[in-house]
Design a protein around this ligand. Structure first.
Ligand code: NAP
Length: 414
């Protein structure tokens, strides 16, 4: 088999993919009778790659690259445009695709897979969620009929790193963010990470595959970590809990709830020990029970290895040509958690006796446990089996009664 490869992008992940292809060439040629060539590499600025061993393969002209009639296009430039246009053009020419681009798949996955189906080409996208964690393939293959009804994920390493550092080193949000930037765990513009958008886009991909419905980012209730401050972390910590950004999808009847939101994690939940840049994804299925995968959710070599796995699948003829990205819009999307669940309400400033009375009165018909932080005097209130719709109603009452107190409600996973 001879494979002509065109690579779009040679940055963090692209350079890792080149390294793996170079390293594995001999053994692949010997064991699989596979011959491949990297014919062309698209970048924006050739000057940045002066004296690189692949300098002669560089181009800034996509149409020129496509004229070389590659069999396989590996897209690692990221972003929506021009990646979308390039991929669609390549598909029309019968080119198979591998991409790590979660932004593009979350926003335009349906369009891309529809076109791929029309032109009988495959799309490999293992690297789009969870970096080196193999989650896409199990969702498409072995777990496909497992009756998945719930997904929980820590899918953004930047947020997990920031929250971990705030917890273990008593840093403020700004201090932990600066540290994450300095050590390469956050980009210079971290907006899409800390706002929850990146997690929401990854959840779109997981949820679409798991439930065979067309889930788009606008259907996902999204809240990031920017409002989590030092006091919130300290209150959780003083109760033996951690705060983490969780992507959550729940399916029941024809309804699907998708959310990205900071949650309080108890010590019995496996996410409690997923710290720093690590990611974790937990699937709940009617037939298989619970499965959890964890590992490095980003980085040059973990992500490159997921791309390389897709490359091997393509060479083995294993990449499916079937539309695996559903177009089914027949479901109700919920913005409010449908389950009666546990909640933690954090009030970081000491309430007055009157305010405390109001708080207790608001939730008096429910099983409550209240903890007061001995240092900050903040209040940490736990409520069992409570519907989010009821919670919203009672919190709005409370805000009317005590407009000056700031209550942060968080889902409690334990
Ligand atoms: N980094 C990770 O850990 C990670 C993890 C999972 C998924 N991903 C995904 O992998 C993809 C690549 O990420 P990365 O971190 O490798 O990005 P990166 O380091 O910024 O590299 C991007 C590469 O693409 C080229 N490029 C960007 N825009 C281009 C354009 N319009 N035309 C031609 N070339 C262009 C850049 O060329 P110049 O250098 O000339 O600008 C550079 O070579 C993204 O979709 C990202 O979401 C990354």
């Amino acid at each position: 088999m001879n494979v002509k490869i065109a690579l779009l992008g040679c940055g963090t992940v692209g350079s890792g993919v080149l390294e793996l292809l170079t390293l594995q060439r001999e053994s692949l040629e010997a064991s699989m009778d596979l011959h491949f060539s990297i014919d062309s590499i698209l970048v924006r600025d050739k000057a940045r790659y002066k004296e690189a061993p692949f300098e002669n393969l560089l181009t800034t002209d996509f149409d020129e690259l496509l004229k070389g009639k590659p069999d396989l296009l590996i897209e690692l430039i990221g972003g929506i445009e021009p990646a979308r246009t390039y991929i669609l053009k390549a598909i029309e020419q019968g080119c198979h695709i591998i991409t790590a681009n979660k932004d593009l798949l979350a926003e335009h996955g349906y369009e891309i897979f529809k076109k791929a189906n029309e032109h009988h080409v495959s799309i490999g996208f293992e690297a789009s969620v969870g970096g080196g964690i193999p989650i896409i393939k199990p969702l498409k293959d072995s777990l496909r009929n497992g009756g998945i009804h719930r997904i929980e994920g820590i899918v953004n390493g930047t947020c997990n790193y920031i929250l971990t550092r705030m917890t273990e080193s008593d840093k403020t949000y700004q201090e932990a963010l600066s540290e994450a930037m300095a050590s390469g765990f956050a980009e210079s513009n971290p907006h899409s990470d800390v706002s929850g958008l990146d997690s929401a886009r990854k959840l779109c991909i997981l949820s679409t595959l798991a439930f065979s419905k067309r889930i788009t980012p606008k259907l996902i209730y999204t809240k990031g970590i920017e409002q989590i401050d030092y006091e919130n972390i300290q209150l959780a910590k003083s109760n033996g809990l951690k705060i983490k950004l969780v992507a959550l999808a729940i399916h029941f009847d024809q309804k699907i709830y998708n959310a990205v939101r900071p949650c309080v994690i108890g010590p019995n939940h496996p996410f409690y020990s997923i710290d720093h840049e690590y990611n974790g994804i937990r699937l709940y299925g009617h037939s298989f029970g619970k499965i959890q995968l964890s590992g490095k959710g980003a980085g040059k070599m973990p992500t490159a290895s997921a791309v390389f796995g897709d490359f091997l699948d393509y060479c083995h003829g294993k990449s499916d040509k079937v539309l695996s990205y559903s177009g089914d819009k027949d479901f109700s999307s919920l913005q409010i958690n449908p389950e009666a669940t546990r909640w933690i309400l954090q009030i970081t400033k000491t309430p007055s006796a009157d305010e405390l009375g109001r708080i207790l009165q608001t939730f008096s018909d429910h099983k409550l446990s209240i903890h007061q932080n001995p240092v900050s005097n903040g209040i940490h209130l736990e409520i069992e089996d409570f519907l989010e719709s009821d919670l919203i109603e009672r919190l709005s009452l409370l805000r009317e009664w005590c407009p000056q107190i700031n209550v942060l409600p968080m889902l409690y996973l334990n």
